[in-house]
Design a protein around this ligand. Structure first.
Ligand SMILES: [Fe+2]
Ligand SMILES: [Fe+2]
Length: 508
């Protein structure tokens, strides 16, 4: 004969199923709710409370009372009760402190605990708290993380009865599975938090390397987070069927946080180059001063020689003219260099020719060596038509994407984030294939890549990301992005959704 009643067998099965369900639940609130609901179901309890230990107190998380129709915490209305201090006279606190469960047949007849709380509740509501089973939630590390308090067990006729002693074991088993599930969830949360704060620290460090756009990464990441909602709200057109669930959204935002991480390896002299010559400007000006001084010395000396040789008016006049020409040439060279050094200047081909003329002139230095007025390197720097970077320097700058990808590939991202290196590595790709580093084209760039490219440019435009470049007003930036769409660089529909959403206003 089977010594287990069908009731017990059913409870065992329920318990097993609950164990499986608990370990599968990924949402903290739903998990808490499930623990109490299932514990009540197994024991037939009318009411119950789930507390978690936080900062030396028991905090109400879930309150359920079927008779009173009360369901608080979890996905229901929030619990608005003060935390319970860990004092032995409180039965739930007692369970935490002693690690022992308590089974009381009738709260009103029980001694040793302060039941003024439930009694007051009863007198206010007309409820009658009778039987009570209080079980600690102990995890696999032997830590009590909370308490399950079950109230008013009922028989099959709905009459309130005491909790059968064997239910203590059953609920304890459920409680320990619940505690493990909660602790695991907390571990995962801790690891995610740790990783996220590490990423934020890295991004802050990158942003801090350039004083001009010190919030670039943060802003791109926040905009990416906002873009998720924008895309999810789109129902028509190319992106109407795209949907970002939590995992896909998290991956996009992570890629945004990491997109410029490779800039850690970009030399500051390139990254923050404010003018075409930057530090080299001083040297050129001093050189021109030296050239002026030595030509003046030569002029004065030759004039003195002429004076000693007697009246030679015509020769003196020629010499004076020569000196005036030299002086003018130096002055012109000085002005030209200052103008070309200025990043706001567009250096035209004519200007380059002028610069080349200056570079062809030579002087004799203090050591007697013949040298050009401008070195080959200085000429190259000054001849950059727009911006401050030479081709070599721009390559170094663009390298940050490659470095980003290489760095991120070393991180063992979880399955949910596995595409972060791939996505972060395409924030400078343009649909027309003229982006870098891979020159990806059209459909080779997924939605995420298009979003990152758009947001990166938007933020670079609206922030003063170069010392010489003033921040472009938003409407102007949108116009420029519109031109880039026309040029086939950025996604037209995506830009339109972005433009209409005005998500940047939420960042302020
Ligand atoms: Fe970048
Ligand atoms: Fe960027």
């Amino acid at each position: 004969m089977n010594k287990y009643t069908p009731e017990i067998l059913e409870q065992v099965e329920t318990l097993l199923n609950v164990g499986i369900a608990l370990s599968a639940e990924k949402d903290h609130n739903r998990l808490l709710e499930m623990i109490l609901t299932e514990a009540r179901r197994i024991t037939g309890a009318d009411a119950g409370t789930l507390y978690l230990c936080e900062d030396g107190h028991l905090v109400f998380k879930i309150i359920q009372n079927e008779t009173m129709g009360i369901f608080q915490g979890g996905r229901g209305e929030p619990v608005d009760l003060p935390p319970v201090p860990l004092r032995e006279e409180n039965v739930s606190a007692y369970v935490v402190l002693t690690r022992r469960s308590v089974n009381i047949a009738d709260v009103y007849a029980a001694e040793g605990f302060d039941f003024s709380g439930p009694k007051r509740y009863d007198s206010l509501t007309g409820y009658r708290t009778t039987s009570m089973l209080v079980i600690p939630l102990e995890n696999h590390e032997g830590e009590i993380i909370g308490v399950l308090q079950l109230i008013n067990a009922r028989d099959q006729h709905g009459r309130v009865i005491p909790f059968a002693p064997y239910l203590e074991k059953v609920v304890s088993s459920l409680a320990s599975q619940a505690a493990i599930a909660l602790t695991n969830m907390q571990f995962i949360q801790d690891i995610e938090n740790l990783f996220n704060s590490f990423v934020e620290v890295m991004a802050t460090a990158i942003d801090a390397r350039t004083p001009y756009n010190a919030n670039h990464t943060r802003r791109v990441a926040l905009l990416a987070g906002e873009m998720v909602g924008v895309i999810n709200a789109v129902t028509e057109g190319r992106w109407g069927s795209e949907y970002f669930d939590d995992d896909r959204a998290a991956q996009l935002v992570m890629a945004a946080w990491m997109h410029d991480i490779g800039k850690v390896a970009t030399p500051l002299s390139v990254m923050n180059k404010a003018t075409r010559l930057e530090g080299g400007m001083e040297l050129v000006l001093q050189r021109l001063d030296y050239i002026a001084a030595s030509l003046r010395a030569e002029y004065l000396q030759r004039k003195m020689v002429l004076a000693n040789e007697g009246p030679r008016a015509a020769e003196v006049e020629t010499l004076d003219r020569w000196w005036q020409e030299q002086e003018a040439m130096i002055e012109q060279a000085r002005e030209l260099v200052i103008r070309a050094d200025n990043p706001a200047t567009f250096v035209s081909e004519e200007m380059v020719e002028e610069l080349e003329k200056v570079a062809r002139r030579t002087y004799v230095d203090a050591a007697g060596e013949e040298r050009p007025w401008l070195t080959r390197g200085e000429l190259e720097q000054l001849s950059v038509p727009r911006g401050t970077l030479t081709d070599t320097e721009r390559k170094i700058m663009e390298d940050h994407v490659e470095v980003t990808r290489r760095m991120l590939e070393k991180i063992p991202f979880t399955r949910k984030l596995k595409d972060v290196p791939y996505l972060a590595g395409m924030h400078h790709e343009h649909l027309d294939g003229n982006g870098y580093p891979q020159g990806l084209k059209g459909d080779e760039i997924p939605l995420e890549g298009r979003i990152l490219a758009l947001l990166d440019i938007f933020d670079a435009l609206t922030a003063a990301d170069r010392p010489y470049k003033k921040a472009v007003p938003v409407e102007e930036a949108l116009k420029i992005l519109g031109f880039m769409v026309k040029d086939g660089k950025l996604d037209a529909e995506l830009f339109e959704h972005f433009r209409q959403s005005r998500i940047w206003e939420r960042l302020e």
